[in-house]
Design a protein. Structure first.
Length: 77
């Protein structure tokens, strides 16, 4: 399931809102507008792309260092 809280926080970082048990957005902020469904879907895509980019950067770094993921965990942990 996509993280609605993260998606909305991404596009309205200083707004006040909640997500209920049914994953429905409850808008509580009268200073900003509630994001549209399109904005939320675009935010999901943006966050997914950012995650993929970070994973690729991590993989590239490990390759440059010539170590595996497990070896990196040993070095940090």
């Amino acid at each position: 399931m996509e993280d609605l809280f993260a998606a909305v926080s991404n596009i309205r970082p200083s707004s006040t809102f909640a997500v209920d048990e049914n994953n429905e957005l409850i808008w509580q902020d009268d200073k900003t507008t509630k994001p549209t469904e399109k904005e939320i879907q675009e935010s999901f895509v943006q966050l997914k792309n950012l995650k993929i980019e970070k994973l690729q950067q991590r993989k590239n770094l490990l390759n440059r260092l010539g170590i595996t993921e497990d070896e990196a965990k040993l070095l940090i942990g």
